[in-house]
Design a protein. Structure first.
Length: 138
């Protein structure tokens, strides 16, 4: 058994000035941009409410796009579940998997970002072996 849920949206920006990009998206969403952490690198965090998905602005080299992150308490089990649905692994980066849906969109499978998933009522609970329908609760 493992859990997963939509974690957040990452706005990939092919820009020189990531701070200006984050400022635009913060204003567009009506939320402030959090002060950049010294280790933030290419990421800026939009200050969302606790009941909203995380929104990150990321400086990238590929064309600008938006991708979503799925957080899980068992990275391997969730990746296998998604592969059984037709997704494919693209690349493992640091602590997460970049995957591609059968429809071509890229997304990431990440470890929990806001504490244990059992504490969140909107987390899905998956039982059974990957590739089998299993039971979804929660």
């Amino acid at each position: 058994m493992h859990r997963s849920r939509l974690c957040g949206l990452v706005i990939d920006c092919k820009v020189e000035d990531i701070d200006a990009a984050a400022e635009f998206w913060g204003r567009a969403l009506g939320r402030p941009v959090k002060p950049a952490d010294p280790d933030a690198g290419a990421y800026r965090d939009i200050a969302m409410r606790g009941d909203e998905p995380i929104v990150l602005v990321q400086k990238v080299e590929h064309p600008s796009r938006i991708h979503l992150d799925i957080e899980t308490d068992d990275l391997d089990a969730e990746v296998r579940r998604l592969e059984a649905l037709g997704a494919r692994r693209v690349e493992f980066i640091q602590r997460w998997w970049v995957m591609e849906a059968p429809t071509g969109q890229r997304f990431c499978v990440v470890r929990p970002q806001r504490g244990p998933l059992e504490a969140h009522a909107n987390a899905n609970t998956w039982e059974g072996e990957p590739g089998e329908p299993g039971k979804q609760g929660g």
